[in-house]
Design a protein around this ligand. Structure first.
Ligand SMILES: [Zn+2]
Ligand SMILES: [Zn+2]
Length: 345
C-alpha cells in the first residue's frame, strides 16, 4: 500500500521496507540555509540598525519612483523618532517608536511583528510539546522554479502543502505546527518560494519517505530539508524571521515592489493541524507562563528610574531620531559597562 504513493525515483532509492527503518546519516539533516541564517544572527545591534535604515531608504525611493506617495510618506515617518529605555550596563528594554507604518516589508515593523508572534506562539508551543509528547522539527519545502509571478508561486507551494497534509503519511507522523513563506528570486528573475515549517513530529521517519510524499503532491519537486529543533525558542525565532524579512529587499527593484503591493492580502504565516486547534483554546498555566522567562511582559511595566531587572542599575530613558540609532548603538557597543548613555548628547 505504501508503495502507491512513492515515485519511481524513490522506489529505486528505498528498495525495501527494512531500509526505510534505518536512521539516515546525520548529513541528511544538514541545512545550509539554517546555518547561514544563524551566522546572520551574529550581527551587532548597530549593524542591524544600519541595515534597517538602508532598507527603508531604498524602499522609500522605490515607492517615490512608483508614485506611491502615501507609502513613501509612511515609511519616512515610521520609527523616525524613537524613545528607549536602557541601563548603563547595555541592557536595552524597550524601544517606543513615534509611529509604525505596518507595511509588510518595513524592517522595523517586521521586527515588531515577529516579536509579537514569538510571544504569542512560544507558550502555546511549549504547552503543546508538554501535553502531546511531540518533537519539533524545522522542515523546509521547496519547489521547482517556473515562469510565474510571486503570487502564483506562493499559491502553488501552499496548495501542495495542503495536499501533503491530507495524506496518510503526514497524518501518521505530524501533529500540526506553523508555516511561513520565504521568497527569493534568482539572477534569471525566477521566483523561488519556500515554506518553512515547524512541524510537531509524532515519531521518527526516514526523510526519503517524506521526500517521496512531497514529490507525489508537487509532481516535480523533491528538495526538502529537515532539522530537529533543539531549542524551541530559537527554532521559532528562525521561522518567524521570514515574516519580518520575507525577501531580500536590497536586491529589490521597482517592479518587485509593484508586484508585492499586489499581494496585500496574502498570508505569510499560519498554524495548521492539531496545533492550530490547540492554540485556539490555549491558556498558559502559571508554570508555562513562567517557562517563557517573561522578560518581555516585565519590560512593559518598567519606567525611567526603575532598577534594571538584570543588574539593578537605574534605567534611563532617551529620545532620538531613528537616523541616530546606529551611531548610538555603536557608542553603546564600544563603551565600557557602566558608562553607557552618560555621554550621549
Ligand atoms: Zn514601519
Ligand atoms: Zn542592566
Amino acid at each position: 500500500m505504501k508503495q502507491l504513493t512513492l515515485s519511481t525515483v524513490l522506489t529505486n532509492r528505498v528498495p525495501n521496507g527494512a531500509q526505510s527503518e534505518r536512521k539516515p546519516a546525520a548529513r541528511a539533516y544538514l541545512d545550509n540555509r539554517v546555518t547561514k541564517s544563524q551566522r546572520e544572527n551574529k550581527r551587532t545591534r548597530s549593524q542591524g540598525a544600519r541595515e534597517r535604515l538602508a532598507t527603508k531608504e531604498h524602499l522609500t525611493r522605490l515607492a517615490v519612483g512608483l508614485g506611491e506617495v502615501e507609502l513613501a510618506h509612511k515609511l519616512e515617518r515610521c520609527h523616525s523618532v524613537v524613545e528607549f529605555l536602557f541601563c548603563p550596563n547595555k541592557h536595552v528594554y524597550r524601544i517606543i517608536p513615534n509611529f509604525t507604518c505596518e507595511f509588510r516589508l518595513c524592517p522595523d515593523c517586521g521586527r515588531r511583528r515577529s516579536r509579537k508572534l514569538q510571544s504569542k506562539y512560544l507558550p502555546a508551543m511549549r504547552g503543546f510539546m508538554l501535553h502531546r509528547k511531540v518533537t519539533p522539527v524545522h522542515l523546509v519545502l521547496t519547489q521547482t522554479h517556473k515562469k510565474e509571478n510571486r503570487k502564483q508561486s506562493a499559491e502553488r507551494i501552499k496548495d501542495a502543502f495542503t495536499k501533503l497534509q491530507r495524506r496518510g503519511f503526514w497524518k501518521q507522523h505530524f501533529k500540526g505546527g506553523t508555516w511561513s513563506l520565504e521568497f527569493t528570486k534568482d539572477k534569471n528573475g525566477l521566483h523561488h518560494t519556500h515554506l518553512h515549517i515547524i512541524g510537531f513530529r509524532r515519531r521518527f521517519f526516514d526523510i526519503e519517505l517524506l521526500r517521496g510524499e512531497w514529490l507525489a503532491v508537487t509532481g516535480d519537486s523533491h528538495v526538502i530539508h529537515l532539522k530537529k529543533i533543539e531549542d524551541i525558542a530559537t527554532g521559532l525565532r528562525e521561522v518567524v524571521k521570514y515574516v519580518s524579512k520575507p525577501l531580500d529587499i536590497r536586491r529589490f527593484g521597482a517592479d518587485d515592489l509593484k508586484e508585492f503591493l499586489g499581494l496585500k492580502n496574502m498570508r505569510m504565516f499560519g498554524t495548521f493541524g492539531e496545533f492550530r486547534n490547540f492554540c485556539k483554546d490555549f491558556e498558559p498555566s502559571d508554570n508555562e507562563g513562567a517557562a517563557v522567562g517573561d522578560l518581555e511582559s516585565l519590560a512593559r511595566d518598567l519606567v525611567e528610574g526603575c532598577a534594571c531587572p538584570k543588574c539593578n542599575e537605574p534605567l534611563f530613558s532617551l529620545r532620538m531620531s531613528g537616523k541616530e540609532l546606529p551611531q548610538f548603538y555603536e557608542q553603546v557597543e564600544s563603551s565600557p559597562p557602566g558608562k553607557v548613555g552618560t555621554s550621549w548628547n
